[in-house]
Design a protein around this ligand. Structure first.
Ligand code: NAG
Ligand code: NAG
Ligand code: NAG
Ligand code: NAG
Ligand code: NAG
Ligand code: NAG
Length: 882
């Protein structure tokens, strides 16, 4: 019996091994970093992935990420074997020419994307020789848009395998102050909470996500392939009641306008609901559900109308009616019984809706027309151009028309054009279980009009982006950018004129001129914000034009896209690449053509070539289209790989990081501040309680602190404070369970184990028993089991010192040390008097530098004693030996 069991067990074991190790050793992601910097709502994100081909033969290595739809790619580079292959943005014609040449030589590979709800895929690959490495670096930029009272920065993390050196770093700077910041998204789960740290200091905020390899395998939506999910950083800025936030720099300005104290304007709203046969089933059910919610949400002084249409139209009431409870009940009965059958007569519906609103002029109100449809016009007037011109005439700029396209059978370009022509926007409603919530969500965005006829005026400003807005809604924001004539801030006078209910309101600076921004703005940043907005708006404008006017706008858009190297529907990025014959093509499909895109993505040899729908070229060689603006058939940008270009084709480069140097390779609730007093004190900040200001305390003299003692991992981290240096830790030592000792100093990392001692001063990855260390220029990243620790290297008055920050807290409850202490909560009773754990304590208002971020920020804090701050004697946190 026993002997029969053995082979069986072995077989199972072998099968398991084979199944869980799919080509694992082909390539190895050495690091995967996502770094996002947001200034004034403008986000620049850099994704860097360094991969080694660990095979004895050359191998195709893939880079596959997702970026927000709204973003423009502005740079893509590959670093291979000491060479940089840098993308150059070109006109489509130029790129096409090179592309054609490449095709005729049978070269090149591809990049591409498919379109999801909010993200697009970006994928490329390159052949790398045996045991060589490649670093991919992708940069994209986007202006975050305020909706429902918040900005959202979406970061997709999917490196394709667990990565030891995986990190997401987000830094936000908002001059007006950040009112709150939250981390959401699929990765913000309880299991991963220990790996997310968030620091918020008035105008600045940091979010770090440093999951360990274990976490990357075991979290929800993670697996052998590592992490796969989103991190969404949600925040808002503080608002004033006036003109808002104006930033100026280098002759450019950006104005964010979203006054906070306005009262809502009653609205007149008409819903045009498609009840054609194709809406039958789930779609009409979801529409009914959404409509019932929306009706519940109307205020008593709102007026509303409901029109359903198929081949003909039917109204619930012939006229607008007030949203009294009695009328709402009647409307709900109507909404619950909307059938679905027949054709789609969009023309008559829009005309009737416009007629209803026009027949009911009301002083001091805001009118809105919302069309929901899932198909093309099939009955009544079916010519899109005639419908558009009818709609334009009937609406005559008196109110916005919003078009919601339900599913992918709609001619979205038509809806988009029609809404843009009438001061509205078109939105896609995805056919999914949450379609009713999407409908409600859209309604909420326009549910509370605050101003109408908003005119943004900039005396002394020029080259402005759009300045007239028909309505301004609660939770949104108006953004205008431009140049300041002669960069003369003295004569630059911004002003906003609008209608609130039935009175004209003017917002202006109490001061005659705008104060110049004193804050540091990254060079050229406002200019890029301006260019981004300008390009987005020109692309919309182009849709509405034809003939020479269209060409003129196109030319302007193209020039800007080239100048700022944005990959837009009019431009392409061309990337040089080492010669290779392997061909792979991925084509970035248009919104609504998901199937198509996927089919191409999985294609192995012969790829379908789609010329008309998909843009100019979707053949074998590599192309990257920006197909976001689906109204540009045949106008998509692309990014392809071609043989090396002549050097004059390269745009001037900023010095690039030498990734080859990097060979192989939580908020600490404490932060420290030096106090320049005679007796040397080391000041610590106790953050992370929700109190403001935070508590701080001093430690005097030379001591060795227990930073982290993790008995279950046999991991001990101690830090040395010296009384003669007025700075942070001079040395941090990590003792691992496997008898390795890692001594970290600002200049070097020294590993002692058994008889051997090695000293590392360069940027490199170091292994010491079960601990992995990435030594970088200004930080040392330490990974030990479920703990990730970052040791920042700061410099003050010429002295370098260390500051430890816990980025992934240990899950074990028996961990001790100053890094894992629970924050103390306090209650302020009156100025300087705090209650902590029932005791009244006198505190001094003081200042501290927060060294848990780089560069440090100054904070005010309540200074109290160590014992009061930590609720234990200092002795418990001291160690005899380093
Ligand atoms: C992120 O990128 C910015 C801009 O390139 C850089 O200044 C910053 O140091 C980077 N942050 C990290 C954590 O790498
Ligand atoms: C909003 O506040 C500003 C200044 O505090 C004031 O001038 C303005 O009248 C207020 N607006 C409304 C609608 O209350
Ligand atoms: C606007 O929205 C905020 C919250 O999103 C809310 O507190 C405020 O009352 C709203 N203003 C009006 C006028 O409805
Ligand atoms: C407006 O921008 C264009 C393009 O950047 C520039 O050529 C022109 O000089 C600018 N106009 C003014 C008045 O600054
Ligand atoms: C913006 O509105 C103002 C006043 O309503 C008008 O004079 C101006 O012509 C409009 N500008 C544009 C570009 O439509
Ligand atoms: C007006 O200008 C003065 C001096 O330039 C400045 O101190 C003050 O804060 C400004 N006030 C406003 C409301 O911008």
């Amino acid at each position: 019996m026993g002997s029969a069991l053995v082979p069986l067990t072995l077989l199972v074991l072998l099968l398991t091994l084979a199944a869980s190790q799919p080509n694992k050793d082909d390539w190895d992601i050495r690091h995967f970093h996502i770094n996002s910097t947001v200034t004034s709502r403008y986000a620049t994100t850099i994704i860097t992935s360094r991969v080694t081909n660990s095979m004895d033969e050359s191998k195709e290595i893939e880079f596959h990420v997702q970026i927000p739809k709204n973003a423009f790619i502005s740079r893509f580079r590959m670093f291979i074997d000491g060479q940089v292959y840098d993308g150059v943005v070109k006109t489509k014609e130029q790129a096409q020419q090179q592309y054609t040449q490449a095709v005729s030589r049978g070269q090149s590979a591809g990049i591409v994307s498919s379109v999801g709800r909010t993200m697009e895929e970006f994928k490329t690959s390159v052949t790398v020789a045996a045991h060589k490495k490649v670093t991919f670096e992708l940069t994209y930029e986007e202006l975050l848009k305020r909706t429902l009272g918040k900005y959202e920065l979406q970061i997709h993390a999917r490196p394709m395998q667990p990565v030891a050196d995986f990190k997401v770093d987000v830094y936000i700077y908002e001059k007006a102050g950040i009112s709150y910041i939250d981390v959401k998204g699929g990765l913000s789960t309880k299991a991963l909470a220990n790996a997310i740290t968030k620091t918020h200091a008035d105008k600045q905020a940091w979010v770090h996500f440093y999951p360990t390899v274990d976490h990357q395998k075991t979290c929800d939506s993670c697996g052998e392939q590592g992490m796969n999910g989103d991190l969404v950083i949600v925040y808002d800025v503080k608002r004033d009641d006036g003109l808002g936030d104006i930033k100026t720099s280098e002759g450019y300005f950006v104005h964010h306008f979203a006054p906070s104290n306005l009262t809502r304007i009653p609205k007149n709203i008409v819903f045009l609901i498609d009840q054609s046969g194709s809406m039958h089933g789930k779609k009409i059910e979801q529409t009914r559900t959404a409509l019932l919610h929306i009706l519940n949400d109307l205020a008593e002084d709102d007026f509303f109308g409901l029109i359903t249409f198929d081949s003909s139209i039917s109204q619930w009431k012939r006229e607008l009616v007030q949203a009294t409870s009695e009328n709402l009940e009647g409307a709900k009965v109507f909404a619950r019984n909307i059938p679905a059958s027949g054709g789609t007569n969009i023309n008559d519906a829009v005309l009737e809706g416009a007629h209803m609103l026009n027949a009911h002029p009301r002083e001091g109100s805001a009118s809105i027309l919302i069309l929901l449809t899932d198909g093309d016009p099939t009955s009544g007037e079916t010519n899109p151009e005639i419908i558009q011109s009818n709609a334009r005439r009937a609406i005559a700029e008196k109110f916005p028309l919003y078009c919601l396209g339900f599913g992918f059978d709609v001619k979205f370009e038509f809806l988009e054009k029609m809404s843009l022509e009438n001061n509205g926007v078109a939105r896609r409603i995805y056919e999914d279980s949450d379609a009713d919530l999407q409908l409600q969500g859209f309604y909420e965005e326009v549910a509370t009009p605050l101003l109408t006829d908003v005119t943004m005026i900039y005396l002394g400003g020029t080259n402005l982006t759009k300045t007239n807005f028909s309505q301004y809604y609660n939770g949104s924001e108006i953004v205008v950018a431009g140049q300041i004539t002669d960069n003369n801030i003295e004569t630059f006078i911004p002003e906003v004129v609008a209608i609130s209910s039935n009175r004209k309101v003017t917002f202006s600076n109490t001061n005659t001129s705008v104060e110049p921004s004193t804050e540091t703005v990254a060079e050229g940043l406002l200019q890029r914000v301006w260019a981004y907005l300008k390009v987005k708006q020109l692309l919309e404008k182009e849709v509405l034009l034809s003939g020479p006017e269209k060409e003129k706008v196109k030319k302007e858009t193209l020039e800007l896209s080239l100048k700022y190297s944005f990959v837009t529907p009019l431009t392409s990025m061309v990337v040089t690449k080492p010669q290779e014959d392997k061909t792979e093509v991925l084509h970035k499909p248009q919104e609504g053509k998901i199937q198509h895109g996927l089919e191409l993505m999985h294609g192995g040899g012969a790829f379908p070539v789609s010329v008309n729908n998909a843009g100019p070229i979707a053949g074998r060689p590599g192309i990257f289209h920006d197909a976001r603006n689906s109204h540009h058939p045949g106008q998509h940008g692309f990014l392809g790989f071609f043989p090396p270009l002549r050097s004059q084709d390269q745009r001037p480069l900023a010095p690039y990081p030498d990734y080859d140097q990097f060979d192989d390779y939580m908020d600490l609730l404490l932060a420290r501040a030096p106090t320049p007093t005679s007796r040397v004190k080391h000041r610590f900040l106790l953050k992370e309680n929700n109190n403001s200001p935070p508590l701080c305390f001093d430690i005097t003299g030379s001591v060795i602190l227990k930073l982290l003692h993790h008995p279950s991992r046999k991991l001990y981290v101690n830090g040395e404070l010296k009384s003669e240096t007025n700075a942070g830790f001079t040395k941090i030592v990590i003792h691992t369970g496997d008898d390795q000792h890692v001594e970290i100093q600002p200049e070097a990392v020294t590993v002692r184990g058994g008889q051997s001692t090695t000293r590392h001063t360069g940027q490199e990855a170091i292994t010491a028993g079960s601990v992995t260390i990435f030594k970088r220029d200004k930080e040392v990243d330490v990974t030990a089991g479920d703990v990730r620790l970052v040791i920042l290297v700061h410099e003050k008055n010429g002295n370098k010192f260390l500051w430890p920050v816990l980025r992934q807290k240990p899950s074990a409850s028996n961990a001790e040390g100053i890094l894992v202490l629970k924050p103390t909560n306090y209650r302020e009773v009156h100025q300087g008097s705090l209650i902590i754990k029932g005791n009244q304590i006198i505190a001094t208002r003081s200042a501290a530098d927060d060294y848990s971020v780089s560069p440090p920020v100054a904070l005010t804090c309540w200074l109290i004693s160590f014992e009061n701050a930590l609720q234990k004697p200092l002795q418990e946190l001291l160690s005899e030996q380093i």
